[in-house]
Design a protein around this ligand. Structure first.
Ligand SMILES: CC(=O)[C@@H](O)[C@H](O)COP(=O)(O)O
Ligand SMILES: NCC(=O)COP(=O)(O)O
Length: 238
């Protein structure tokens, strides 16, 4: 079964655009869980332009499904995650000035750093995942850091899906087969949508979780959030 974790960063972005508390991110997290989402994802960045560190603290009491915190493990992020102790931390090598995540880890170059960080999170009972491109040596070395899972960075899949979905999925299938053989779990995320999720899920063996935000919120403008969560769950259950 593939779990749906809803990334609520965009709700915080909308709220922050006016400076008040509308829409309320806590209420939104409660609602997506009530509608069936099996997890909530947040990605606090150092400048807090999307979800804020205080939001993450406030969410702790309200997220009763899987709580996934994503981000670059700088000191303030590590302190936050160790304070909250979510179900899962996903390590993402995002630069401070990047609009959104735009690359996976080089798990060879950063092996020592990742190993140290992962050891600390695991010692605190937090499941660990590393954001990686579908590159075999990056997947293989993700396993060597001690991470429980990888999160496959799916932007390239989403972009290529519209032209040639068979070619688009191929590197992800190869990466997933390797990950399964190595015994490391598989998550995926970035630019997944109602259009491309079903094909992805059908072809990736043992896909444990997808985290989806941008497209899901955009689709909800037309279809409503309750419908959209149900539509994703339906596509993921096939
Ligand atoms: C890790 C990742 O893939 C990103 O998609 C990210 O979590 C999305 O966050 P933003 O929506 O704030 O760009
Ligand atoms: N880890 C990916 C994520 O949380 C959401 O990415 P996106 O759907 O906003 O592109």
């Amino acid at each position: 079964m593939t779990k749906l974790s809803v990334n609520i960063n965009k709700i915080a972005t909308l709220r922050n655009s006016r400076g008040g508390d509308t829409p309320n991110v806590i209420q939104f997290a409660k609602d997506v869980q009530r509608f069936g989402a099996q997890g909530v994802t947040v990605h606090p960045r150092p400048d807090e332009r999307h979800i804020r560190y205080q939001d993450v603290r406030d969410l702790k009491a309200e997220v009763y499904t899987e709580f996934n915190i994503e981000g670059n493990p700088i000191k303030s992020f590590m302190d936050l995650v160790l304070e909250i102790k979510p179900t899962q931390v996903t390590l993402v090598p995002d630069a401070e000035d990047a609009i959104t995540s735009n690359a996976g880890w080089d798990t060879i170059k950063h092996k020592a750093f990742l190993t140290e960080v992962i050891t600390e999170f695991k010692a605190n009972g937090i499941r660990t995942s590393i954001f990686v491109d579908p590159i075999l040596k990056m997947v293989e070395n993700a396993k060597n850091t001690g991470a429980d899972r990888i999160e496959l960075y799916t932007e390239a899949y989403a972009e290529d899906y519209v032209n040639n979905r068979e070619a688009a999925i191929k590197p992800y299938v190869d990466a997933a087969v390797l990950a399964n053989g190595l015994g490391i779990g598989i998550n995926a995320g970035h630019d997944l949508s109602l259009d491309n999720i079903e094909f992805f899920q059908k072809h990736i063996p043992n896909l444990l979780e997808v985290s989806i935000g941008h497209a899901l919120i955009a689709e909800s403008l037309y279809l409503g959030i309750e419908n959209v969560v149900q539509m994703y769950l339906h596509r993921l259950s096939k």
